[in-house]
Design a protein around this ligand. Structure first.
Ligand SMILES: Nc1ncnc2c1ncn2[C@@H]1O[C@H](COP(=O)(O)OP(=O)(O)OP(=O)(O)O)[C@@H](O)[C@H]1O
Length: 337
């Protein structure tokens, strides 16, 4: 992270939800009418992180990890149970209107557009809501229209747009007031490969040209690889990783693999046993397609030592060496925690 003052500071942030205990059975339901029992659930637990201006950070984690709850607290929608949040010098919950002028949220699965009207009407509504100066509004609209290719459909009612077209309008409408911080929640969900690429390219441009700070939540591994300079991984409410993509790949480089397949199928058991003797730290798996995968740590043994051993010992049909795959690394992190 750069040495400039962080634009987002989160310290020991926690959120506990209190919900009525659901009971089954007639008597329990009747008893519930007179005294309700509650249970508590800690969705976010002492989360701390900082984000520098202009950074594009992935906030990722498995379903139910606490991502949306964190984002809702950052935007000021939810009140934290404990902890501190500062976004561009403001406490979002205390200064909601001020904060709303500085931020924006885009949900892949929810719309901010007026459904029965053309997107242009929603853009105009935004101009009035945020009192965006006319000149600035027109410049922004022109830029977003070009970058997102809105011309062919911005006059059509939103309900007639394809998901990809609507997402492009969602981004434009959310950015017309020049927010400094943008929270993107699954912005590429459900889109085809081409549409996803368009959105990703636009997000990159936004950070590069305007210095916008972006927090992205996504389950899409390509989004993470293409966009995020840094990843904050959260699981069961806790931050379990906070670092750059290259750091994570380095740290999990033991997931490097040699993959090979043989002509003869019958010797696989012996081969797996003998391969284990090359180095005790390697992990050997026979895969569904009958190929053998050897995962290893390059600090213990080199790929060339392994490949030499295999090629000299067995009738190899096919052999490849693979770099650590981010999807596998993330799965490993989720499983470990
Ligand atoms: N209003 C609420 N009341 C009670 N529990 C809630 C509430 N909102 C969220 N939770 C619970 O808090 C946990 C975290 O939810 P959250 O929506 O933050 O997860 P997430 O990481 O965004 O998941 P996903 O990737 O599935 O969207 C979940 O177990 C969820 O059921």
């Amino acid at each position: 992270m750069s040495s400039t003052e962080p634009i987002i500071k989160v310290k020991n942030l926690s959120k506990t939800f209190r919900t009525a205990k659901k009971k089954t059975g007639f008597m329990s339901t009747v008893r519930n009418l007179f005294s309700t029992e509650y249970e508590e659930f800690k969705a976010v637990d002492k989360v701390s992180f900082e984000i520098a201006p202009g950074e594009l950070v992935g906030y990722i984690g498995p379903n139910g990890a606490g991502k949306s709850t964190t984002i809702k607290m950052l935007t000021g929608i939810l009140h934290p149970t404990e902890g501190e949040i500062i976004v561009d010098g403001l406490v979002p919950q205390k200064e909601r209107i001020h904060n709303a002028r500085k931020i924006s949220v885009v949900f892949g699965q929810r719309s901010q557009l007026l459904w029965d009207l053309p997107a242009l009407d929603s853009f105009e509504m935004m101009r009035k809501m945020y009192a965006i100066p006319k000149k600035r509004f027109e410049e922004n609209l022109e830029e977003y229209t070009t970058l997102l290719g809105l011309d062919e459909f911005k006059n059509r009612p939103v309900r007639q747009l394809s998901l990809g077209q609507r997402m492009r309008c969602e981004l434009a409408v959310a950015l017309l007031h020049d927010p400094k911080v943008v929270y993107l929640d699954e912005p590429t969900i459900g889109l085809d490969v081409v549409a996803k690429e368009k959105i990703r390219e636009f997000i990159l441009q936004l950070c590069k040209n305007r210095g916008t700070t972006v927090i992205l939540t996504t389950h899409d591994i390509v989004d993470i690889e293409r966009l995020c300079q840094r990843m904050i991984i959260i699981d069961k409410g806790h931050v379990i990783y906070n670092g750059t993509l290259s750091e994570i790949k380095q740290r999990y480089c033991h997931l490097r693999r040699v993959l090979f397949s043989l002509d003869e199928d019958s010797q696989y058991r012996d081969i797996i046993e003998s391969l284990g003797k090359i180095d005790t730290s390697v992990q050997i798996n026979l895969r569904e397609d009958r190929s053998i995968a050897i995962s290893f740590n390059p600090q213990n043994i080199s790929a060339s030592d392994i490949t030499r051993y295999i090629v000299n010992s067995y009738p190899v049909k096919d052999l490849t060496v693979e770099e650590a795959d981010l999807e596998e690394i993330i799965r490993e992190i989720y499983i470990k925690e």
